[in-house]
Ligand binder design. Structure first.
Ligand code: AP5
Length: 226
């Protein structure tokens, strides 16, 4: 299995799937093995909100209600991020793009840069699993490690196995907000499955079952020759 960029050409990988599909969990597990940066737009918004930056102020009402942050705000933020030196070998985009205009803008950006046509990995999960995964999610305040009180609990309740950091529940993982996030996904993001299928970029991964098995499937797709 690859253990870094190893001189491989730069690449862009998109993790596409509904809220709670396991995109963030898998991005943390695999991006570094290919020397790719992990870019989570949700994490970036949460970071800006916690620091009360102007961008965080703009994003807050959308993130808190389960709506999507306007495209122009997202596009500016992602454009800046992928210009950073750690994206030289490429990146895994987790939670972006989420609308057709975002996908079109990304295609335009990639056309003129070294990363080439993206590989889009679609995380297929039974919809009845999502509520369980989202309501059970807990995240480490220190390192961002992701747990689930039902399916992958920490050894000590409320504490991260890695650094002992306090685990917290995301405010948008309340049921009423989850419903809105799922409905936004169906209306705005699911159409990207057909969009990328049509572009010949899509690989579907079965995201059901134990995390380690899903990781194996994702690695297998990412290691295929381009
Ligand atoms: P964001 O943070 O991107 O949320 P999301 O897409 O809703 O995705 P999640 O983080 O909820 O799920 P995930 O698939 O990463 O699952 P995870 O690995 O954590 O976005 C938040 C908000 O920011 C949006 O609502 C929007 O407002 C805004 N935003 C972000 N990007 C935007 C954009 N591009 N445009 C506009 N607005 C944007 O796993 C979930 C749980 O399942 C965990 O508990 C985990 O332990 C568990 N789990 C994972 N895998 C398994 C498994 N195999 N079996 C059992 N449990 C598992």
């Amino acid at each position: 299995m690859p253990d870094g960029s190893g001189g491989a050409p730069p690449r862009a990988v998109i993790f596409l799937g509904p809220p709670g599909a396991g995109k963030g969990t898998q991005a943390k597990a695999v991006a570094g093995r290919f020397g790719l940066a992990h870019i989570s737009t949700g994490d970036m918004f949460r970071d800006h909100m916690s620091r009360n930056t102007p961008l965080g102020e703009q994003a807050k009402k959308f993130v808190q209600s389960g709506g999507l942050v306007p495209d122009e705000v997202v596009l500016g933020m992602v454009g800046d991020r992928i210009s950073q030196p750690d994206c030289k070998n490429g990146f895994v985009l987790d939670g972006f793009p989420r609308t057709k205009p975002q996908a079109e803008a990304l295609a335009e950006t990639l056309r003129n840069r070294p990363w080439g046509k993206p590989l889009v990995i679609y995380f297929a999960v039974d919809s009845d699993q999502l509520l369980r995964r989202l309501t059970g999610r807990r995240t480490c305040k220190v390192g961002g490690e992701i747990y689930n009180v039902y399916d992958c609990p920490p050894k000590v309740p409320g504490r991260c196995d890695n650094d002992g950091g306090e685990l917290f529940q995301r405010p948008d993982d309340r049921e009423e907000v989850i419903r809105e996030r799922l409905s936004q996904y169906e209306a705005q993001t699911r159409p990207l499955v057909d969009y990328y299928q049509g572009a010949g970029s899509l690989a579907e991964v079965n995201a059901m079952g134990p995390q380690a098995e899903v990781t194996g499937r994702v690695l297998e797709v990412m290691a295929r020759p381009r």
